[in-house]
Design a protein around this ligand. Structure first.
Ligand SMILES: Nc1ncnc2c1ncn2[C@@H]1O[C@H](COP(=O)(O)OP(=O)(O)O)[C@@H](O)[C@H]1O
Ligand SMILES: N[C@@H](CCC(=O)OP(=O)(O)O)C(=O)O
Length: 270
């Protein structure tokens, strides 16, 4: 008699990994009403990341938020053109790094900004450079906080969104786990806002049927790409042997709760 396979929990993937990439979306970092960083939330995440590092894991952060922070800071409407997004990103990126630095200061962790464009991971020479810098930062004990170089990346140089970037960073770093912290606790078989939608705990492989579950991003959301881009990032990471977790970063200490198996998530590709 064959036994039903037990779905792996996200905590297992994190425990087994030596290197973990954590992607934080704009919707988590930016308080839209107060038009600034959710500092208390970020401080709680920093505490969890510091604990993860203490358990001998190498951690890399991919952080969104430059565009949303820049635009909120300037008190303007959401920018529509590429140039205006690039301009507000140049304002927001500094604010974003200030927030990460303030959050990690109590833990005596140096944060290191790394801004990448598509060209940095497409050419062999530049990929090798980025990989070497990343390895050196980790050796120094710094916490790399990576974002797309929004202010210079024109369309042909763009990754498009940070979900894709985080999968490429996972490859650069040889990570075994990619954690996509979002405003939703994983993949659903329908609109997650509807009570009849079911949570999917484990996706062994991103097939076209799985991809078809992703719905269009909501009007007015600060995130980019929605669930479709998370699934495509997961597929890319899986192809490189890196398991992916989509989890909610909404609650305080979301990472610790995940490690303690107090919350659910979607594990993809293991
Ligand atoms: N099948 C689905 N399951 C879960 N969430 C989905 C699905 N389809 C679309 N979504 C949407 O994807 C959103 C997460 O993506 P996004 O807004 O880009 O967040 P982030 O800022 O974290 O990158 C969720 O808020 C949810 O509304
Ligand atoms: N590089 C952009 C983020 C783009 C992006 O993918 O945003 P999100 O969907 O919130 O992860 C920024 O810092 O604003």
């Amino acid at each position: 008699m064959s036994e039903e396979p037990v779905a792996p929990h996200a905590a297992q993937l994190i425990d087994a990994a030596r290197t973990i990439v954590i992607k934080v979306g704009s919707s988590l970092l930016v308080d839209r009403d107060r038009r600034k960083v959710r500092a208390a939330w970020l401080a709680a995440l920093a505490e969890d990341v510091a604990a993860l590092r203490e358990s001998d894991k190498r951690v890399i952060v991919v952080s969104s938020g430059a565009v949303a922070l820049g635009w909120h800071h300037m008190g303007i409407d959401r920018p529509a053109s590429l140039e205006s997004k690039q301009a507000v990103a140049a304002i927001g990126q500094g604010l974003l790094m200030n927030a990460w630095r303030a959050a990690f200061d109590p833990h005596h962790v140096e944060v290191a900004q790394l801004l990448l464009t598509r060209g940095d991971t497409e050419s062999d020479r530049r990929r090798a450079n980025a990989r070497a810098t990343l390895a050196m930062l980790l050796e120094m004990g710094a916490l790399p906080v990576i974002n797309e170089n929004d202010s210079v990346a024109t369309e042909e140089l763009q990754y498009g969104d940070n979900d894709q970037l985080s999968a490429l960073v996972a490859e650069l770093a040889g990570a075994e786990a990619l954690l996509l912290l979002s405003d939703v606790d994983g993949l659903y078989d329908g609109d997650p806002a509807q009570p009849d939608a079911h949570h999917i705990g484990h996706v062994p492989q991103v097939t076209p049927e799985v991809e078809a579950l992703a719905r269009k991003p909501l009007e007015g959301s600060v995130g980019t790409g929605g669930m479709a881009s998370k699934l495509s990032a997961a597929k890319l990471a899986n192809e490189r042997g890196c398991g992916t977790i989509i989890a909610s970063g909404r609650p305080m200490h979301a990472l610790a709760s995940l490690r303690d198996r107090k919350v659910r998530a979607t594990v993809i590709g293991t």
